[in-house]
Design a protein around this ligand. Structure first.
Ligand SMILES: [Zn+2]
Length: 258
């Protein structure tokens, strides 16, 4: 049995992690699609870090739901399995999907990496903020003005190797996906057609999600879409489950594992 699972924000939304789209995603009246950008970080790294620290804490307080647990069961009980998730949280890992069976294509929110060199603090969901986190003195005019106008300390982690600012190791809008992670997906797809492909909780707005789903399900595999809404992938699916992931996934996994 060879299985590919693709997941998106809808799977974590049922654990209370707000999605980027829609009112719930707004933070301090700011649009997350504008905060999760290299431009926003260059303009106001403190603001972007404040947002990510809150998101990290929200994720630490959340628990995997029935969808995460069903996918972990599938990962354990199939010979060849890959989960590709757009989610940067650690809920799939906490449900028990091993790192080697999972690709976080948009990065890992708990990893903090240098903006200049290769240094990073590894992410562990429950861990405290990295030790590099410290209050730094505003080093240039722009940051001094941020500190002055907002009357707040600059609290941005700096790299212990090169002193550059550090950032969350996630893929922001307008950035490239990691070549290493892309290769892991390609290797799996090259390894043979799947028996089942499940796409859950993603609006499939990124072309690569559709591409992987179609390549994984070549040669007649079942392509299951789990999403309460119609998506660009829906017309290719051989089975549509118009339900929340936490309802549909335990059922579809039971069927696959029969
Ligand atoms: Zn560095």
């Amino acid at each position: 049995m060879r299985v590919l699972v693709l997941t998106g924000a809808g799977v974590s939304a049922e654990s209370g992690i707000p999605t980027f789209r829609g009112k719930d995603g707004y933070w301090r009246n700011l649009d997350p699609t504008k905060l999760a950008t290299p431009e926003a970080f260059a303009r106001d790294p403190q603001l972007v870090w404040d947002w990510y620290r809150e998101r990290r804490q929200g994720i630490r307080n959340a628990r995997p739901n029935a969808a995460h647990e069903a996918i972990a069961r599938l990962a354990h009980q199939t010979e060849e399995f890959l989960l590709v998730t757009q989610n940067v949280d650690d809920l799939h890992a906490r449900a028990g999907v091993a790192a080697e069976k999972m690709v976080q294509i948009h990065g890992d929110i708990f990893v903090t990496r240098c903006t200049r060199c290769e240094f990073s603090y590894p992410g562990r969901g429950g861990s405290p903020e990295p030790p590099g986190t410290c209050v730094v003195q505003p080093t240039n005019e722009r940051l001094r003005s941020i500190a002055a106008t907002s009357e707040r300390d600059l609290n941005i982690p700096t790299c212990p190797k090169c002193q550059a600012f550090m950032r969350p190791s996630v893929v922001w809008f307008g950035e490239q996906l990691s070549q290493g992670e892309l290769l892991r997906v390609e290797d799996f797809l090259d390894g043979g057609a799947c028996d089942v492909v499940i796409v859950a909780g993603t609006t499939a707005t990124f072309g690569y999600i559709i591409d992987w789903a179609l390549r994984g399900s070549r040669d007649g595999a079942e392509l299951v879409e789990v999403n309460p809404e119609e998506t660009p992938l829906s017309r290719f699916a051989t089975r549509l489950m118009r339900e929340p992931a936490a309802i549909a996934l335990p059922r579809i996994v039971d069927e696959v594992l029969v």
